[in-house]
Design a protein around this ligand. Structure first.
Ligand code: ADP
Length: 367
């Protein structure tokens, strides 16, 4: 398993050793070619200065060359030992982290995303460990979200499926009459499943950033009006007063009209659902510098502080039973947030508390 790592250690030693060998050979060559000539010249100069001819005995030259050879041998062996020590230290330094990386990546490949590397230096190896840890963290989060999503989807599917099954059983047993009302109930549960499937497809596309936006230069007032027209009949039916407050003149925005209508319909639909008959809902558009803000305020059931951020999470519902009877899957606001963000805006929820109404507002850049 560690064969590649051992190869690195061997190669490091080989490269150090080759440098030492080459250095020693060059030095030896230079010494044996140049040293006798230099030695001879030196002795000649000394001889002429001392007034006698060639007084250099051969033995002296032999001793000199033997000394050079000895020095070369000792320094060559010392340099080879130094190369061995240096390459061992260096390979420990490199091979240790590489081994840890190898082991951690094998654990990740086998599905254990909890493994992290120790970042012990700020060099390239440290950077490698850091980016490995970031990758492992992302994979861990993705895996957690995936299993959480599967759990949530299974949970959402179970309720309508269980109610279809129990209605069918009651029909088979003759407890429920086989009349239109019973079939409408079954149909309603089937529609809920269909809506959930559509929402999930939309959510996964929005999360992948794969929802194509067809941006058009348009007036925000027209977009708001479009959304209001779609839901006005339901507000009238439920006896909720819906008022519209728009600034004078055009508010130019560069948006995908259908998507922004979808966001406003979602906010208005929630206000309609979570406000009792006789209540009030106001849709207001304001211009603040280079930003337009759309807000939907109701005097409905409101929510407590900790729920304000969480309502944008997937499948989060404050009051599960109430939301479920209205058919909500808790995905609408998640999709709305992704759509608003894709347009360069932000979305937020505000409420003075349970029973004191809510305001949902989002911004869009003015073009
Ligand atoms: P749903 O389809 O369940 O309405 P949303 O994502 O649109 O899903 O909303 C998530 C949750 O936020 C709802 O289940 C509800 O608990 C809460 N919520 C949304 N809008 C309002 C509102 N206007 N007043 C009170 N609660 C709201």
């Amino acid at each position: 398993m560690n064969a590649p790592v051992h190869r690195i250690a061997r190669r490091l030693f080989a490269s150090h050793f080759l440098v030492v060998l080459a250095g020693t050979l060059v030095f030896a060559l230079a010494a044996y070619l140049r040293a006798p000539v230099a030695f001879e010249n030196h002795m000649e100069t000394m001889g002429s200065m001392m007034g006698s001819g060639s007084m250099m005995p051969d033995q002296l030259r032999g001793n000199f060359l033997a000394a050079v050879g000895e020095i070369l041998l000792v320094s060559g062996i010392s340099a080879a030992v130094a190369a061995l020590v240096a390459s061992t230290l260096l390979s420990w330094r490199i091979v240790g982290p590489l081994r840890a990386l190898l082991a951690a990546s094998q654990r990740i490949a086998s599905g254990d995303y909890s493994r992290r590397l120790e970042v012990s230096s700020d060099d390239e190896l440290g950077e490698l460990a850091l980016s490995f840890n970031t990758m492992a963290e992302k994979l861990d989060q993705t895996e957690n979200r995936r299993s959480e999503l599967i759990g949530n989807v299974a949970h959402e599917l179970r309720t309508p499926l269980a109610s279809i099954r129990s209605m069918m059983e009651a029909l088979v047993d003759g407890v429920l009459p086989a009349d239109a009302a019973t079939f409408v109930d079954v149909q309603r549960e089937a529609s809920r499943l269909e809506r959930l499937a559509d929402d999930l497809v939309e959510l996964s596309r929005a999360e992948l950033g794969a929802l194509p936006l067809e941006l058009n230069q348009t007036d925000l007032g027209t977009v708001v009006d479009n959304a209001v027209q779609r839901l006005r009949p339901q507000f009238t039916d439920k006896g909720i007063d819906l008022t519209l407050k728009l600034p004078p003149g055009r508010v130019p925005v560069n948006v995908d009209t259908d998507r922004i209508v979808q966001v406003i319909v979602n906010l208005l639909g929630n206000a309609l659902q979570y406000t009792d008959s006789g209540g009030r809902v106001q849709l207001e558009t304001e211009v603040q510098g280079s930003t337009a803000m759309v807000s939907v305020t109701d005097n409905g059931i409101g929510m407590a502080g900790p729920d304000l951020d969480r309502v944008f999470e997937r499948f989060y519902r404050v009051d599960k039973s109430r939301a479920r009877t209205g058919g909500g899957s808790g995905i609408g606001l998640t999709i709305s947030r992704l759509l608003v963000q894709a347009h360069g805006g932000t979305i937020a929820a505000d409420s003075d508390g349970v029973g004191r109404g809510s305001t949902f507002s989002f911004t869009l850049p003015i073009s």
